[in-house]
Design a binder for this molecule. Structure first.
Ligand code: F6P
Length: 488
């Protein structure tokens, strides 16, 4: 189907209602007049959903990103006019945000679902507030929908919303997409509220996961924890039948707006910045890491591997450099501060040990970047090193390839990123816990001849172009629409 092609699901539902923790805008104080201003968030998900929401005259419901009490009606009306669909905001005060977002979402769900149980803090107060805030979302949704709207809930912050909506008597079709991995039963059963979480997920009509592995883990967890249902996994989209209803369960690998990325990366502005960067690095081979500050991203492991490579392959000294960009995130959580100190300590140690006049092996940056700048870094670098300990998909891998129109460049990718399934043949896959293995992959990437680079990169790019974020949205919504015959 073409991206702009008529979508079958448009005949099935009236409006599409997207619900996510954050609205697709960032609200901030206007320094000049003290009022509120907004900026549209960038990213493939927002772009892809915006195009569907515009067509369907849809709605996006979420938190506007501030905890101050404020009347945002005027601002949201302006944003809705500008973006072409309606927006409704959920206000959260500081305590709600602390317990629901930093607490349950990011100190329980996030680490547990990324197999990092030692980072979990199963504080019951987090769980209670998570339910209260999910109820709050449900109430606003119920007040704003029509009977034939499709409600699509995004991500781990909002698992309980369908259950709360059903309690309010809402009968609409509802889908849920989990952007992060789903853990195996061994990890999941540690969750004190495992029954409630799984039962709440069964209130949706369609459950979407990033990979078949996540989907299967969900089914295995169901089998380990709940009783009284049947699973049919014979089709690509499985079904779970309970005495009350049928739920579709599938894998829908998310992607990027490939064409848009490739075209901005090819722009003169990005080309100039990229050339400047290469000159600044004296045309040395550039290895690049771009990660949000998160312990799931394997940044210390990557730095240790880089150090190991410098120790074992001294012929590479002065010939290459690692540019590591770390984007600030969730800094109110103690574990993130510890991670930041660890990263900064390692960068200091490596540079202290190996730097020479005119050569600093690790160039480390901890700040936010404009998208054009990031694209310039992608374009300028020879090797991307992406080593998450676990990741739902990892869109940096896709963005890096989309930016390489010249088909040069090598992708080193953790086998525990969701994208490794799609890229397993043409990326250099590594185990992020295997420091020497990553170091060897870096060396191999450095040595790889242009012909092999191009042959691999062409295939990587083709597969991203074929399954971009529009394909993802269509695939999910068409699956949702195909379910109309399934009785409730
Ligand atoms: O990967 C899950 C995710 O929620 C992304 O959707 C988001 O970009 C990232 O984590 C950071 O999210 P936040 O800053 O809202 O915690």
């Amino acid at each position: 189907m073409s991206h702009q092609g008529e979508q079958d699901y448009s005949l099935t539902f009236d409006r599409l209602v997207i619900v996510s923790n954050r609205l697709p805008i960032t609200v901030s104080k206007d320094e000049d007049n003290g009022g509120w201003q907004f900026r549209q968030s960038i990213g493939g998900l927002v772009t892809a959903l915006t195009s569907v929401l515009k067509k369907r005259k849809g709605m996006w419901i979420g938190w506007p990103g501030i905890t101050e009490e404020a009347n945002l009606d005027g601002l949201l009306a302006r944003a809705s006019d500008e973006l072409g669909y309606t927006m409704r905001s959920i206000s959260l005060d500081k305590e709600e945000l602390d317990l629901y977002y930093f607490g349950f979402s990011n100190e329980v769900m996030w680490p547990l679902f990324h197999d990092l149980q030692s980072n979990c803090n199963f504080d019951p107060a987090y769980w209670y507030e998570y339910q209260v805030v999910n109820q709050k979302f449900a109430k606003v949704i119920a007040e704003n929908i029509g009977p034939n709207d499709y409600i699509w809930i995004q991500d781990y912050h909002l698992v309980m919303v369908a259950k709360e909506l059903r309690r309010l008597g809402v009968k609409n079709k509802m889908g849920f997409f989990l952007h992060i991995p789903f853990p195996s039963p061994d990890a999941f059963i540690r969750m004190p509220w495992r029954v409630q979480i799984l039962e709440a997920l069964l209130e949706y009509d369609l459950l979407g996961f990033q990979t078949p592995r996540d989907r299967n883990n969900f089914v295995y967890c169901m089998e380990a924890v709940l009783r009284g249902f049947r699973v049919d996994t014979r089709r690509q989209v499985a079904t779970i039948s309970t005495p009350k209803r049928k739920i579709q369960v599938g894998s829908f690998p998310i992607s990027i707006d490939y064409k848009e990325f490739a075209s901005v990366a090819a722009s003169e502005e990005v080309a100039n910045m990229s050339n400047q960067l290469r000159r600044a690095m004296h045309n040395r081979c550039i290895l690049l890491g771009v990660d949000r500050l998160d312990y799931s991203k394997g940044i210390p492991e990557k730095l240790r591997a880089f150090r190991n490579m410098l120790e074992r392959y001294s012929d590479l000294h002065n010939k290459l450099a690692l540019i590591q960009i770390v984007v600030p995130s969730r800094e109110d959580i103690p574990g993130y501060q510890t991670l930041l100190s660890e990263i900064e300590g390692l960068v200091g140690e490596i540079n202290g040990e190996f730097s020479q006049p005119g050569w600093v092996p690790v160039q480390y940056m901890f700040r936010n970047f404009e998208r054009a700048e990031i694209l310039a870094y992608y374009r300028a670098s020879d090797i991307a090193v992406i080593t998450p300990l676990k990741d739902g998909m990892n869109l940096v891998a896709k963005e890096y390839c989309a930016a390489h129109a010249d088909n040069k460049g090598v992708l080193i990718l953790s086998e525990f990123a969701g994208s490794a399934i799609q890229f397993r043949k043409n990326a250099l896959l590594v185990n992020p816990y295997d420091i020497e293995g990553i170091a060897d992959a870096m060396y191999r990437a450095y040595e790889m001849d242009l012909q092999e680079q191009k042959w691999r990169m062409r295939k990587l790019r083709r597969s991203i172009a074929r399954r971009d974020v529009y394909w993802w949205v269509n695939f999910f919504l068409q699956t949702a629409a195909s379910d109309v015959a399934v009785p409730r």
